[in-house]
Design a protein around this ligand. Structure first.
Ligand code: UDP
Ligand code: LCN
Length: 778
């Protein structure tokens, strides 16, 4: 479709825009990302003495700010305009003439392909992917503000369907109740005793009348025989009063339905007692694993989540009047070559739980032989389907039946969850933790350059399959789904992309589907709490940890401090490229002012490359040594290649806070960032990357600072500015520290995780009805 240039920018700026495009056309960079585009425009305005073009209300500047990329292709510029969140238009603008055309997604992707390989005319026989038709019968969120609040939406959607066609819905609800079982035990209704919806209503009325003669406090067992006489099974409540109440709610739901009654009823019926959580890669254990390659927040998140889930499920199951004990299995990979961990064990009880275990299943090769050594998450694809099959057998035997819910984690776990949920007819929930497409720039467009080490050709396809198959997706932040006004969301980046010569994705995911639910995680409050809570601190460990951090020497520690009294800048992360620990060291190295005032304390990876089996970690270790030498950081940096127990880590954050230190999270991109929560709640003023999840954790200038860690000065300058304010106002460190503590305590706790999910099994029940309805239709 042809449009006018003045539709894009105001009439008076058409000429300026043309000149700017012309200048870009002359430049070397033909694939210009937003950051570079804005820098180029600022230059253009300076050269031409046009500062007004950079003002807030300048339409040309607003257009460019919302242009994630611009491609120069022969005589045209292809401009991608993200005119609002998740909404795009694509324009082909002639460099020399007047023509401006709006083009389709397919045409855009063809231009991208041709940028990489001019011989590729269109999708060139490669796979074309469009998932949108699969969503034709799904409810769709209209209002952007409701994105990520799928359960709330679903509740409203289902109750309004209920109002519109009560008879149809009543029949569905009746059928749903009939198939209701837990742990292979028939619950609620005996399908052989109650034939239809009318009979159900009649029996409900008679039984609730009879139950009036019983003491409301007496146990459900005292009326089980009466219930069975009318075709009812256990699951309605633990006392006669509760049974009566649940039955009345159902009666009301049938006869005068509304959304609140639906919600109330949903909270009353049992659905989940067996959960399987899949997390194959990395080192999954309870000690001595964190900080190893591929082993970080996901492990912490899952272990915390299991403890909370088990407790909640146990309470609920009791209140339904059932004796079932909930059981949660974390299914991961068994690693015979265990390197001092427990990862060789088949089964390991999870601390502080009653009945939850880590179940480890080995990877096997084509000949059925067990693979003994750890394997990078990028290289495990050949084993993953066999792993799923073997895991299925082990899960069925361990649970003595099927799970009700399968939660996948990260790409590999989500694929296994997809396969298992499909085969076992369980509800599937996905948690991405990190989507690699966002972390590795151009891993789609230049996928072939990454193939040898990363295999994104598989991983991006796996992500697409798993996210579209999931019934329910939990994200830690809103931006993970839909981004912000100025940045693209992590899931959003799967809407359209191309892997030239391989596949062309025109509609990769429907972000408006209620499957998306934002539920931020918390931290274990027994371990991570403010430095000021002296009563709970690990006094018997603190001297040892203080020495370990500031002065001890051993083969796992590099560097000593000439002046340990300087302000400590602390960081802790896995030593991978994306965590950009080396970027922080470089920034420290380049800033004599920072070195004058501060020491740098790094806990990351290993210090001996010979001990690592991860290519990225080895490269980062080598780079650390180069930087320490290049900037002569001896006496100013301590690099600890150690894996601390979690409790000690909590105390280390607090020790750094005792020294009025700060924490830096310099990641090139961070999915969420548990260290950001841990450090903030301990009381450390935070300087965190603004790329990804931390942008929703930290309120810039209030509870910490968001930084652009891709430029060394942009890390050191905000820290120096903070220290200058601290010099002027001795209360300033505490002001930011207190605000950081409050921010985490008020918004990021496992208790809130619980509440946000309303209560987890109610959400799942809603989904189950929804899924049931859709399956029937399909
Ligand atoms: N962690 C640790 N020791 C290390 C590095 C990390 O205990 O050497 C822990 C850290 O305390 C946090 C988790 O691992 O709980 C890292 O989570 P985050 O979300 O920050 O990053 P991820 O590693 O998942 O990318
Ligand atoms: C993986 C990541 O990369 C982090 O950003 C998250 O905080 C962690 O998982 C937990 O979800």
């Amino acid at each position: 479709m042809q449009i006018l240039m003045s539709d894009l920018v105001t009439e008076e700026h058409v000429q300026d825009f043309r000149m700017f495009l012309y200048q870009l056309w002359h430049g070397d960079n033909k694939y210009i990302l937003n950051n570079d585009l804005l820098l180029a425009f600022e230059d253009f305005c300076k050269q031409n003495d046009k500062p007004e073009l950079l003002e807030k209300d300048s339409r040309i500047y607003r257009l460019l700010k919302r242009t994630p990329e611009l491609i120069i292709a022969e005589e045209v510029a292809i401009l991608i305009h993200r005119y609002k969140m998740m909404r795009y238009k694509f324009y082909k603008i002639s460099i020399h003439g007047e023509d401006v055309h709006e083009i389709s997604t397919r045409e855009l992707l063809t231009f991208r392909n041709r940028h990489v390989n001019p011989d590729l005319k269109d999708s060139n026989g490669s796979l074309r992917v469009d998932f949108l038709p699969f969503y034709d019968y799904s409810p769709s969120i209209k209002d952007v503000k409701s994105i990520g609040r799928g359960i709330e939406y679903l509740n409203k959607y289902m109750s309004s369907s209920l109002f519109q066609n009560p008879e149809k819905w009543n029949q569905r609800l009746f059928e749903f109740l009939k198939i209701h079982s837990l742990d292979e035990q028939q619950l609620l209704i005996n399908p052989n005793a109650i034939a239809n919806y009318d009979e159900l209503i009649r029996n409900l009325e008679t039984l609730t009348g009879e139950l009036e003669n019983h003491d409301a406090e007496s146990s459900h067992e005292t009326v089980l025989r009466d219930m069975r006489n009318y075709g009812f099974e256990p699951g309605w409540g633990d006392t006669v009063g509760r049974i009566k109440d649940t039955m009345r709610v159902l009666h009301d739901l049938f006869l005068s339905p509304d959304s609140q009654i639906l919600e109330k009823f949903m909270a009353r019926i049992p659905m989940v007692s067996k959960i399987v959580i899949i997390s194959p890669h990395g080192w999954f254990g309870q000690e001595n694993v964190l900080g190893r390659p591929d082993t970080g927040g996901q492990v912490v998140y899952i272990l915390d989540q299991v403890r909370y889930l088990e407790r909640t499920l146990a309470e609920r199951i009791r209140s339904y009047g059932l004796t079932t004990t909930p059981k949660i299995l974390i299914v991961t990979r068994q690693i015979p070559d265990n390197q001092g961990t427990t990862c060789h064990l088949r089964l390991e009880k999870i601390h502080h739980t009653e009945n939850s275990f880590i179940l480890r299943v080995p990877f096997t090769d084509d000949n059925g032989n067990v693979v003994p050594q750890w394997i990078s998450r990028f290289k495990l694809w050949p084993y993953i389907e066999r792993f799923a099959q073997n895991a299925k057998r082990e899960i069925l035997s361990e649970l003595k039946g099927k799970p009700d819910l399968v939660i996948g984690n990260y790409s590999d776990g989500n694929l296994v969850a997809t396969l298992l949920a499909e085969e076992l007819d369980a509800i599937q929930c996905n948690i991405a933790h990190a989507l690699e497409k966002n972390k590795y720039l151009f891993s789609d467009l230049y996928w072939f350059n990454f193939e040898k080490e990363y295999h994104f050709a598989i991983q991006h396809v796996v992500d697409l399959i798993a996210m579209n198959m999931a019934d329910f997706i939990i994200t830690s932040t809103f931006q993970e789904i839909a981004g912000t006004d100025d940045t693209i969301g992590q899931y959003e980046s799967y809407q359209f992309f191309t892997m030239p010569g391989l596949m062309q994705v025109e509609n990769g995911i429907n972000l408006f589907h209620p499957k998306f639910n934002v539920i931020p995680p918390g931290v274990d409050e027994n371990i991570f709490f403010p430095y000021t809570e002296t009563d709970y601190r690990l006094h018997n460990q603190s001297e040892y940890l203080e020495k370990l951090v500031f002065s001890d020497a051993n083969e796992s520690i590099v560097g000593h401090l000439d002046n340990p009294e300087k302000i400590p800048i602390f960081t802790m992360a896995r030593l991978d490229h994306n965590k950009n620990i080396t970027g922080l060291v470089e920034s420290f190295g380049k800033s004599p002012e920072l070195q004058q005032r501060c020491n740098l304390i790094v806990i990351a990876g290993k210090v001996n490359p010979g001990e690592s089996d991860d290519a990225e970690e080895i490269r980062e270790i080598q780079r650390m040594y180069e930087l320490i030498k290049q900037y002569n950081l001896d006496g100013k940096i301590r690099w600890l290649g150690i894996h601390l127990p979690k409790e000690d880590t909590g105390e280390v954050y607090r020790i750094i806070a005792d020294h009025q230190g700060v924490f830096v999270q310099p990641g090139r991109f961070e999915g969420f960032g548990l260290t950001v929560l841990e450090a903030m709640v301990s009381g450390l003023p935070m300087f965190s990357t603004h790329f990804g999840g931390p942008s929703e954790i930290v309120i810039h200038g209030e509870s910490g600072y968001l930084i652009n860690p891709t430029v060394p000065e942009l890390i050191s300058e905000p820290i120096l500015a903070f220290l200058a304010k601290f010099d002027e106002d001795p209360g300033f460190w505490k002001q930011i520290s207190d605000a950081g503590i409050r921010r985490v305590q008020e918004h990021f706790t496992w208790k809130l995780y619980n509440e946000k999910l309303l209560n987890p099994d109610r959400a799942l029940r809603l989904l189950a009805i929804f899924r049931f309805q859709h399956r029937k239709r399909n």
